[in-house]
Design a protein around this ligand. Structure first.
Ligand SMILES: Cc1cc2nc3c(=O)[nH]c(=O)nc-3n(C[C@H](O)[C@H](O)[C@H](O)COP(=O)(O)OP(=O)(O)OC[C@H]3O[C@@H](n4cnc5c(N)ncnc54)[C@H](O)[C@@H]3O)c2cc1C
Length: 435
């Protein structure tokens, strides 16, 4: 009996799951839907514009979208255009791969002050994600930025905000963001960690890359860097030693540059302060006791006109889906219920590289393949087409996406890979041959 599958979300996890299904389940047909007209999720909208070689993984993901048994249905949102119950009636297998697209709040006073942003907003802004192109991020008159968090996203945000416009010209950073870099008056960016360098989740590569910034000094306080990572579990010790080595290179007096990125460890934000907008950040000095962060009762303030919280993400709530206390979809090794599965960040939470989603999706598909014997017989994609048609949803197929891509490539600045379209309406018009 033919088997049909719907994958919700055309990010890496969804596409890797489709690839594994195509390889492992005979005669399957797979529809990958995405709420945006464009595929590739955070590879397009999260990975920094100055990391184009990472974004090149799209060429690998594209091979799956070109498979005969796979269809891309962009501009179709679960919860807006189709419900989970409807998908379950139409498809034998439903794989949820919608990622974790909402910023986790820091949950301290003042978080709603103008000037405080979540990293999804800032990253989406400098990556021209249609949800975030209208974020009012003005770097003129901003002098002090606080980037809160010690993962690679925090380093990305600190790095990109302190790039010169010239450094970003050969990337796909949108023109409006480049204009803000031109107007930027940022002097200091503090990268704040509640715990110490040994607990930081960033990687050596991201720290080392900072030394090549064209116009930013990197500052690390020598007294905050422990002599070694001895005592840490073996599986993380080497990586943490590498981080310490990478950080130590910035403890020397800095070279002349007009801005500074200063790492401040053992500092826990307790309140954003300001009247009509953010003016300063209040912090508590901490110490680490067996990996856990403890307040010392010593408080201090730093000036701050803009803060970006980079403390993780959670799934967007959708009708019919329960989230657990971490904000992800509760599951057992990827199984949610009869015929419904989850992969990627929606399954594991917001950690792991693009590649980590590949093995994770393969593991879930192994479980699906075991279940596949008792699945089959549902109407599949044609029934979804009828339903979407009736609702007037303008879907974007693979050929439509390639038209969007061609338009973006043709409009690129000299030396840049593409100029991303910013409006969904324009993307759909181009994809469907109306523009
Ligand atoms: C700022 C940032 C930078 C990163 N940089 C790197 C890096 O340099 N290297 C690296 O290896 N990893 C990086 N990562 C991690 C990597 O992006 C993730 O591991 C990966 O994208 C997670 O894949 P996913 O498919 O689960 O989610 P996503 O990539 O988020 O894909 C989810 C997809 O689902 C769609 N969707 C959401 N809601 C719906 C809905 N209701 N209906 C239909 N579709 C929906 C979204 O539009 C999106 O296309 C970065 C992550 C972030 C946040």
């Amino acid at each position: 009996m033919p088997i049909s599958a719907a994958v919700i979300g055309a990010g890496p996890a969804g596409i890797y799951a489709a690839e594994a299904l195509a390889r492992n389940v005979d005669g399957i047909t797979i529809d990958i839907t995405d709420r945006l007209p464009t595929p590739y999720g955070l590879v397009r909208a999260g990975v920094s514009p100055d990391h184009q070689s990472t974004k090149a993984v799209c060429r690998v993901l594209e091979r799956t979208l070109k498979r005969d048994c796979v269809r891309l249905l962009g501009n179709v949102a679960l919860g807006r255009d189709v419900s989970l119950d409807e998908l379950r009636e139409i498809y034998d297998i439903v794989i949820l791969a919608q990622g974790a697209e909402e910023d986790r709040p820091l949950a301290i006073p003042g978080e709603d002050l103008p000037g405080v942003y979540g990293s999804m907003d800032v990253v989406g802004w400098y990556n021209a994600h249609p949800d975030h192109v209208r974020t009012r991020l003005h770097l003129e008159r901003i002098r002090h930025v606080a980037v809160i968090g010690n993962g690679n996203v925090a380093i990305d945000v600190a790095r990109v905000l302190n790039r010169t416009p010239e450094e970003m010209l050969p990337t796909d950073m949108p023109d409006y963001a480049l204009d803000e870099l031109r107007r930027s008056t940022i002097e200091t960016t503090s990268v704040l960690g509640r715990r110490g360098p040994l607990e930081a989740a960033f990687t050596q590569q991201e720290i080392t890359e900072l030394q090549h910034m064209a116009d930013a000094n990197i500052i690390v306080r020598a007294e905050q860097i422990p002599a070694s990572a001895d005592g840490l579990p073996e599986k993380i010790r080497k990586a943490r030693e590498a981080n310490l080595r990478a950080l130590r290179q910035y403890t020397e007096p800095p070279k002349g540059a007009s801005r500074r990125i200063a790492f401040e460890f053992f500092a826990r934000p307790v309140a954003f302060l300001g009247d009509d907008r953010l003016r300063s950040l209040r912090l508590e000095r901490t110490r680490v006791n067996e990996g856990a962060c403890e307040g010392t009762g010593e408080f201090f303030e730093i000036p701050c006109d803009m803060a970006v919280t980079c403390v993780g993400y959670r799934c967007t709530p959708l009708p019919g889906l329960t989230l657990d206390e971490r904000g992800i979809l509760p599951n057992e090794d990827g199984r949610i219920g009869d015929g419904v599965y989850v992969v990627g960040w929606a399954k594991r939470g917001p950690s792991g590289t693009i590649g980590a989603n590949r093995s994770d999706s393969q593991d879930v598909v192994r479980i699906i393949a075991e279940d596949a014997g008792r699945l089959g017989g549902k109407p599949g994609g044609k029934a979804l087409d009828t339903l979407l048609d009736r609702r007037g949803v303008e879907t974007v197929d693979f050929a439509g996406w390639k038209r969007i891509e061609a338009a973006e490539t043709a409009a690129a600045r000299e030396g840049a890979p593409r100029r991303k379209l910013e409006s969904i309406a324009e993307m759909v018009a181009i994809a469907r041959g109306r523009a």
